[in-house]
Design a protein around this ligand. Structure first.
Ligand code: IPE
Ligand code: IPE
Ligand code: MG
Length: 230
């Protein structure tokens, strides 16, 4: 088995799935939460230590306000109903991204969730909220310049939201679309990428496990020759 510490997921296809069921885009978002729960369980079973989930991008503000509000509402309800469960299951929740412009009530709930679960050790879920990779990199550069710290790879990595977290070995994008959409561009230079045809609400534990199986068969070179990771 290859080392597998960090899986990142672009959870795409909620809206299209909702519509395909003769319902609304928002119905797809609601169903998507159930997949989140299933995949967290699957990741724990595989002893994965970090799961980074793309929930809301810096570009998602372009959506109709009604959908944005629905997403925020869903997140709030998710926190309310899951906070105890996450604590019980020893799960740490961390936000990556800039939630400054989020509604105050939601921000407070997020902060509370983060502080309550901060010492949990089973798995760390990074929720990417108002996350954009360019914004993240720019932010890191600005911090380095301000502190007059040398700009090099190590120092840039140390100033990203993902500092102290290993780069993801696996990136999954559901929703039958093959692009990165401003997600983790610094961290994924050697990540194995899996584009899934299924929409996020129909993605399941079995699909997740199949990807891990495929990952285990991949020979990773990292630019070298025959470098075998155990
Ligand atoms: C991903 O699903 C979830 C978010 C971006 C919030 P989409 O909402 O992008 O669903 P599609 O891709 O339009 O089907
Ligand atoms: C990426 O999905 C963002 C999230 C899953 C949160 P999008 O649906 O926003 O991406 P594009 O617009 O299709 O590239
Ligand atoms: Mg989409």
């Amino acid at each position: 088995m290859k080392p597998l510490k960090h899986v990142a997921i672009i959870m795409d296809g909620n809206g299209r799935w909702g519509i395909s069921k003769g319902k609304s885009r928002n119905y797809g978002h609601k169903k998507g939460i159930e997949t989140v729960e299933k995949i967290i369980t699957a990741a724990i079973k595989k002893n994965i230590k970090y799961l980074t989930l793309f929930v809301f991008s810096t570009e998602n503000w372009k959506r109709p306000i009604k959908e944005i509000k629905y997403l925020f509402n869903l997140l709030e309800r998710y926190i309310d109903s899951e906070i105890e469960n996450l604590q019980k299951k020893n799960i740490k929740l961390k936000v990556i991204g800039n939630i400054f412009s989020f509604p105050k009530k939601l921000k407070l709930k997020i902060k509370r969730l983060e502080s309550l679960t901060k010492n949990n050790t089973k798995i760390q879920i990074n929720m990417a909220l108002n996350y954009g990779a360019r914004q993240e990199i720019l932010y890191a550069f600005k911090k380095l310049l301000k502190k007059k710290i040398m700009i090099n790879e190590k120092n840039i990595s140390k100033n990203l939201y993902t500092h102290s977290i290993p780069d993801p070995e696996i990136l999954i994008r559901t929703g039958n679309t093959k692009r990165i959409s401003n997600f983790l561009i610094w961290q994924t230079i050697y990540t194995e990428i899996f584009f899934e045809k299924k929409m996020w609400p129909e993605f399941n534990q079995n699909d997740f496990n199949k990807i891990i199986k495929k990952y285990n068969k991949i020979h990773r070179n990292f630019g070298g020759l025959n470098v075998r990771t155990k």
